[in-house]
Design a protein around this ligand. Structure first.
Ligand SMILES: Cc1ncc(C[n+]2csc(CCOP(=O)(O)OP(=O)(O)O)c2C)c(N)n1
Ligand SMILES: [Mg+2]
Length: 335
């Protein structure tokens, strides 16, 4: 039967002081981790590509705080460090992967774009734009087939949304009522191309309409709005009602990758987001209004800084993979 029911209107999540402090801590960890990764890249300690998530922290933190690690699965593109940190994966092994060390989460062979933790139900880290949408739909099929109660959270960007395989996946997901949340991180740019230049329908939450997949649009710079939308999406998918799309309006402060001169947008535009829409500032103000003292926030900042310094130290000092490992884990079987 075609699905005509609509999901509930999402409400801003009512967090307790402790929950909000936890969101603050997690977003700050991503911010400081990414800043440090940017520095290590500049020093030549990180090779290859490196895409930072600074500015978008509220999306991964708000969504993943509602998921169940070990039961649900998560998959994303190459801008993946923040999603791993938001899932509680050790910053040390993420940073060590960035510096290509054997202790890294993909044994130093994947780098920034190819990180996995099956233990956490985190399935990467993918460099092919849009590929994770089909893979995530497959993960949702697995959840349904094995009746494990899990939901797959599949992230992709405003650029990926124009890829053909996204729509083949939408069709199957709705046809088979698969438990998948399609989280579109609309940061307004795909490399140097703005959404206005690339998309005939820039309201991305509507992209599932011809497949009867409901969509909602949310302020992705507000962690509580994100969490509220996650609640609605999880209720929908866990009830067996099929896929749902959430479009998060967000913004990346840094270039597309470390080698982006960012000539396609104005300084003023970036400054406006940093000054007036920053997701971490927003939460710190709300915490202060809840009675949290400035000293307490400063103590958290210090705690996070120490975690990141320790992760960077580990990533710089850990040994590189043994050359004998060059051909291991490349193919599933031995040939
Ligand atoms: C199939 C494919 N086409 C092109 C590229 C090159 N490419 C890498 S990232 C990117 C932009 C994607 O933008 P978006 O989906 O908005 O994600 P964001 O980088 O903003 O997180 C492109 C075109 C690629 N990696 N894969
Ligand atoms: Mg984008």
């Amino acid at each position: 039967m075609p699905n005509r029911e609509r999901p509930a209107e999402p409400k801003r999540y009512k967090a307790t002081k402790d929950e909000l402090l936890q969101f603050y801590r997690e977003m700050l960890l991503i911010r400081r981790f990414e800043e440090r990764a940017g520095q290590l890249y500049g020093l030549g300690l990180i090779g290859g590509f490196c895409h930072l998530y600074i500015g978008q922290e509220a999306v991964a933190v708000g969504l993943q705080s509602a998921m169940t690690v070990g039961k649900d699965s998560v998959i994303t593109g190459y801008r993946d460090h923040g999603h791993m940190l938001a899932y509680g994966i050790d910053p040390k092994v993420i940073m060590a992967e960035l510096t290509g060390r054997a202790a890294g989460i993909s044994k130093g062979k994947g780098g920034s774009m190819h990180m996995f933790s099956v233990e956490h139900g985190f399935y990467g880290g993918h460099g092919i734009v849009g590929a994770q949408v089909s893979l995530g739909t497959g993960l949702a099929l697995k959840h349904k087939y094995s009746e494990d109660g899990g939901v797959c959270l599949t992230y992709f960007g405003d650029g990926a949304v124009n890829q053909g395989q996204v729509y083949e996946s939408f069709n199957m997901a709705q046809l088979w009522d698969l438990p998948v949340i399609y989280a579109i991180e609309n940061n307004k740019y795909a490399m140097g191309t703005s959404i206005e230049r690339s998309s005939s329908e820039p309201l991305l939450y509507k992209r599932g309409e011809s497949f009867r997949i409901p969509g909602i649009q949310v302020d992705g710079m507000d962690v509580l709005a994100v969490r509220g939308a996650a609640e609605v999406a999880l209720e929908w998918t866990r009830a067996g009602k099929g896929p749902i799309i959430i479009e998060f309006l967000t913004y990346r402060y840094r270039g597309h990758s470390m080698s982006d001169p960012a000539k396609y947008r104005s300084r003023e535009e970036v400054q406006d987001y940093r000054e007036h829409h920053d997701p971490i500032d927003r939460v710190s103000k709300e915490l202060e209004a809840m009675g949290v003292k400035e000293e307490e926030l400063k103590a958290i900042d210090k705690e996070i800084k120490d975690i990141v310094v320790e992760a960077a130290k580990f990533a710089e000092e850990a040994p590189e993979p043994d050359p004998g490992e060059l051909h291991t884990d490349v193919l599933v079987e031995t040939y």
